[in-house]
Design a protein around this ligand. Sequence first.
Ligand code: ATP
Ligand code: MG
Length: 329
Amino acid sequence: MSIIVTGSIAWDFLMRFPGYFKDHFLPDHLDNISVSFLVDEKERHRGGCAPNIAYSLALLGDKPRLMGTAGHDFGDYRQWLESVGVDTSLTRIYADEFTATFTAITDRSHSQIASFHTGAMARSRELSFYDVPRSSIDWVIISPNDPVAMHKYARECRELGIKFVYDPSQQLARIGRSEFMDSVEGAAVLTVNDYELEMTKRLTGLSQQELLRHVAALVVTRGPDGVSAYTREAEYHVPAADAAALVEPTGVGDAFRAGLLAGLAHGAGWPTALRMGNVAAVYVIEKVGTQNHCYTLTDFVARYRANYGDDPALAVLGAGEIAPALSPI
Ligand SMILES: Nc1ncnc2c1ncn2[C@@H]1O[C@H](COP(=O)(O)OP(=O)(O)OP(=O)(O)O)[C@@H](O)[C@H]1O
Ligand SMILES: [Mg+2]
């Protein structure tokens, strides 16, 4: 099974300010702001939607191909992805660019000042599915990225008859109606969370039923309330899996998509694929960072069974075989 994951590739820098931002902004001088926060903690995490999804797909036993753009500072990130089973041969490096960087400073009240520098991500529109042998592609996921690239990839997948998941997530805010309609047309699956579903209806002026004239399936995640999927023939509602601890939710949506895609690509059927998404998601909530969780296929299957009972459809995963344990750095 060959899955190509497209989307942002980023480094996340997370810092903590041991005070309150509000004490440092002078209301009478807002037209001339000059502040510098002395931060006492800094962490660097591997991030970006595409590696997040690809990492969980690799844990699930796939060898996904990461199709995206990164900069000169991607070297050790790339090596690590390769070491955990992600194929980066379709990832293009631009030596004159930085990898996209998310930088966030959080204060004691959890207020946040953040920036996202696009860097090499802005060049992802230079990649094309016409440059990848068609016969080597079974599924594609188009996750948040440079909006021009997302539109281009969706159009190309449709033209080439490649099954694709359209996953606009936070980029919905940057996509216009005609661009959205042209991207979603013919998608195998549109994935959104419940808030994004409302945004989508507002953007398109279409009801949920009407959206299904353009996509074969609509998947709506509902946080701790689980997930629903709607096709033209049926609908499915699956409760969330139990999280052992709620540590940090960032990346939960990406991990869900990996589980869902692994299930669909292997032909597990809707209920199983949705449950796989839910189980893949809870691992992320239990750790800080979006690629710091780890499990073997055997762990995954045991956790699936503990939440949803036995399921013959899990056989598509090669359940029972013990996958090599991967150790994130
Ligand atoms: N508190 C939770 N407990 C268990 N499962 C959860 C919880 N929150 C999220 N999930 C799982 O993750 C899936 C996706 O969550 P959610 O709808 O919050 O995505 P999202 O808003 O796109 O997340 P993100 O912040 O990553 O963009 C849910 O369908 C569910 O399976
Ligand atoms: Mg999301």
